[in-house]
Structure formats: structure tokens, C-alpha cells
Design a protein around this ligand. Structure first.
Ligand code: PLP
Length: 414
């Protein structure tokens, strides 16, 4: 395409790339082009080094020991909680609960909020373009409680149809659970407006932020969401950690999800009283090192600036969209006006798994499959898609290479 000049120099991408050792790998003898950032992101040296230093020199258990090593480890752990709170604009760090990731955070809310607030005949609303992590827990809750699951439909572009959403809302609605960004399509959902409408009938809202947390500035108070979830491994941090923001007035009323050590006020053989949030929801030894790493990845993203990241990734999206639109026989799945840098596509002549295998031969890593969003695939009448999902370390040259490799793949199969 050769119009790299269209990209502004909002970021020094070469410098950024030099901070990600994984990007220097070769695959099948070709330089790696990593375009599976929706699944998981690569890790910057600063985060890797922070984790190494913590494990080598600062490691200790948290919240339990009254000795220096443990006190310091606890201090770092709580500082990381503050970083997460500041990053998402939470009012207090006590509103941040560390979990293993988005999946566990949503399960926590479905179980605990559900136990407290959902009864037979109540309704829960999700959308047609949710990850299974934001579908199955609500189905299970509905089954257990005798509640009903309602689904906001999407138009052919992959945008939620808000007029239909309005029709689903009623005083029976207890919670609306939607993603901020669809992992399968890239649609950015108008969650602030969705929250406003949910609140107008007295319902609560959970925003699945797995795909927005590292791609745009998120302010949970501005969005006025009651819950927001995120995963460290999609935020340039370690796997095995993520979390939940929850409004304190709700968390205070919710029963524990997992029980055991560290989440109690007092235990006798007859009765246990529970600690206040966040401890109430962090039973057992948490992923200490991973939490410290997540704090470092947040420092890293803050260093680049979330607005810069969003602007650059939007330019990548526009560039990549133009590249793929020129390919005969390629259908983009997800063409919402407001989109994150995700390009999901389908070729009539090649199954997505074969596309992935062919692209891999060129060193290009993309995902092929249903993306844990089978209802979305059904809605768009495809069994699966191939998906290129971008990060601020990707370059337009890589998108040119992607388009070229897709063309080669089509030739092989036609
Ligand atoms: N929600 C969305 C939108 C996702 O994209 C993902 C992961 O791809 C998840 C939830 C689940 O995240 P995790 O596997 O980190 O728990």
C-alpha cells in the first residue's frame, strides 16, 4: 500500500518494539508478526524486570506476616492495587479486587451479586456479542435462580440495537452485562449510555473490560458502571491475574464467592464473620508476583499514554481495514462505526483454521476460530473467523504483510 506516511508519529513505535523481546522472535524462519493481541499481549522488559526483581529480592507473603519482608511485600501489593484503581478512575482502592482474570471476576459477580439480589422471575440482560465468559455464568445463575436471560440483538455491522435494548429493560431487570469491546468483532459498545438506561430502571451494569482496558482510557466513574472486569495478560502484564472494580455500596452487600483464609473477620467453630471488601473476595494467598507485574505494566502503559495508544491503534485499524477491504472474496465481520483495532474476517474459499496455518508459515500470528463467542458466529452465519488484533507495537508494514499473506493463501486454495 506504501502510504505509511498517513500514520502520525504519535508514538515512537520502533523504540516501543525494542522494549518487547518477544517481537524479535522468528517463526518458520520469518520475523514474527504478532497480531493476536486480543488473545494475549506480549510483555515489555520493564514489566519482566520488575517481576524478576520482586521474585529475586523482595518476595514475601502478603497480609499475614508482621515482619519486614512480608510487610514490604504487602506494601508493594497494595501499591499495585492503588495503581489499578487510579488507572481505571476508581474512587477508592478498596473497590479493586484481584482475581485470576476477567472470567473469574464475572463468575464472582454472577455468583455473589446473584445470590444477594437475583430471585425467581428476575431478568438479566446480556448481548448477542459476548464472550462465553460473559454468557455462561449468567446462564448458570438464571438456571439456579429461575431467572430469565434476555439478549440485546445486533445489526449487520455488529452494533447493539439500543431500541431493542430499551424494550428488554424493565423493573424486573437486575443486571445488564455487556462487553466494552467485542473480542470477536471489535465493536466498541456505548457502555455509558447502556449504564444510564440500566440505572433508569434500577438495574445494575457489569462491563466486561477484557478488550478495552489496554486500548483506551477507561474511567469507571465517568462510565458509571457498577462492575468492570479486566485481565492482566491482555494488558502487557502477567497471566493469572486480573480483577474486578465494584462500587463499594454493592461489594459491601455481597457475600463471599470463595471462602478460606484472609477473607474473614473472625472464625469460631460455630460461626465466621467476613472481612470488608476487597479482602472478603480475596480468599487464600493471591498471585502476589503477578499483581506486582500488573502494576508495572500499568506504569508502562501510563508512560506511553492511553490517549496516544488509542489514537495510534485507531490509525492502525483504519489502515488495516483499507488493506483487507481490497482483497477479493474477503468479508469483514464487524464493521461498526466505533471499533477497536480488531479485524475479524471470513474467506468463502478457505476455512479460518487453514488461514491461520498459512499465515503462520509467513510468521504471522492471528487467531482462527469462534473466539469463545459462538452466539456471535451464529448471528453472522459463519462457523468461525480469522482475527487480526492489533497493539501499539504493531506497524503498518505488518498489516501490508498480513494482506499479502492472505492473498497468497487465497491463491493456494483457489
Ligand atoms: N471477555 C472478553 C471480551 C474476552 O476477550 C476474554 C478473553 O479473550 C474474556 C472475557 C476472558 O478473559 P480471561 O480468559 O482473561 O479470563
Amino acid at each position: 500500500m506504501n502510504d505509511h506516511k498517513v500514520m502520525s508519529s504519535v508514538l515512537d513505535v520502533d523504540k516501543i518494539r525494542s522494549e518487547f523481546p518477544a517481537l524479535t522472535r522468528t517463526v518458520h524462519g520469518k520475523p514474527l508478526i504478532y497480531l493476536d493481541n486480543g488473545a494475549t499481549t506480549q510483555k515489555p522488559l520493564q514489566m519482566i524486570e520488575r517481576v524478576r526483581k520482586f521474585d529475586a529480592e523482595e518476595y514475601g507473603t502478603v497480609r499475614r506476616g508482621a515482619y519486614k519482608v512480608s510487610e514490604y511485600s504487602t506494601q508493594l501489593y497494595e501499591e499495585a492495587r492503588q495503581k489499578v484503581a487510579d488507572f481505571f478512575g476508581a474512587g477508592s482502592k478498596s473497590e479493586i479486587i484481584f482475581t485470576s482474570g476477567t472470567t473469574q471476576a464475572i463468575n464472582l459477580v454472577a455468583y455473589s451479586f446473584g445470590k444477594q439480589f437475583v430471585k425467581a422471575g428476575d431478568e438479566i440482560i446480556i448481548s448477542n456479542i459476548e464472550h462465553h465468559a460473559n454468557t455462561v455464568p449468567w446462564q448458570v445463575l438464571c438456571e439456579e435462580r429461575g431467572a430469565h436471560l434476555k439478549v440485546i440483538p445486533v445489526n449487520d455491522e455488529g452494533e447493539l440495537i439500543l431500541e431493542e435494548y430499551d424494550k428488554l429493560l424493565s423493573n424486573k431487570t437486575r443486571i445488564v452485562a455487556v462487553n466494552h469491546v467485542s473480542n470477536a468483532l471489535g465493536t466498541v459498545n456505548p457502555v455509558k449510555e447502556i449504564a444510564r438506561r440500566a440505572h433508569s430502571v434500577g438495574a445494575r451494569i457489569l462491563v466486561d473490560g477484557a478488550q478495552s482496558s489496554s486500548h483506551m482510557k477507561v474511567d469507571v466513574q465517568d462510565l458509571d458502571c457498577d462492575f468492570y472486569t479486566f485481565s492482566g495478560h491482555k494488558m502487557y502484564g502477567p497471566s493469572g491475574v486480573g480483577g474486578l472494580f465494584g462500587k463499594m455500596e454493592l461489594l459491601e452487600q455481597m457475600p463471599p464467592y470463595v471462602t478460606g483464609g484472609d477473607m474473614i473477620m473472625q472464625v469460631t467453630l460455630e460461626k465466621t464473620t467476613y472481612a470488608r471488601p476487597p479482602a472478603r473476595f480475596e480468599a487464600g494467598t493471591p498471585p502476589i508476583t503477578q499483581v506486582i507485574g500488573l502494576g508495572a505494566s500499568i506504569d508502562y502503559m501510563n508512560g506511553i499514554g492511553m490517549d496516544n495508544i488509542a489514537e495510534y491503534e485507531h490509525q492502525l485499524l483504519e489502515y488495516g481495514t483499507k488493506c483487507l477491504e481490497k482483497i477479493d472474496g474477503l468479508r469483514l465481520i464487524g464493521t461498526a462505526k466505533d471499533k477497536a483495532a480488531i479485524l475479524s474476517f471470513y474467506l468463502d474459499c478457505v476455512h479460518p483454521h487453514d488461514i491461520v496455518t498459512c499465515l503462520d508459515q509467513d510468521g504471522i500470528a492471528v487467531r482462527g476460530g469462534h473466539h469463545c463467542a459462538q452466539p456471535t458466529m451464529i448471528r453472522f452465519g459463519v462457523p468461525a473467523t480469522a482475527r487480526a488484533s492489533m497493539s501499539f507495537y504493531n506497524k503498518t508494514e505488518e498489516l501490508d504483510a498480513l494482506a499479502e499473506s492472505i492473498r497468497r493463501t487465497i491463491k493456494i486454495f483457489s
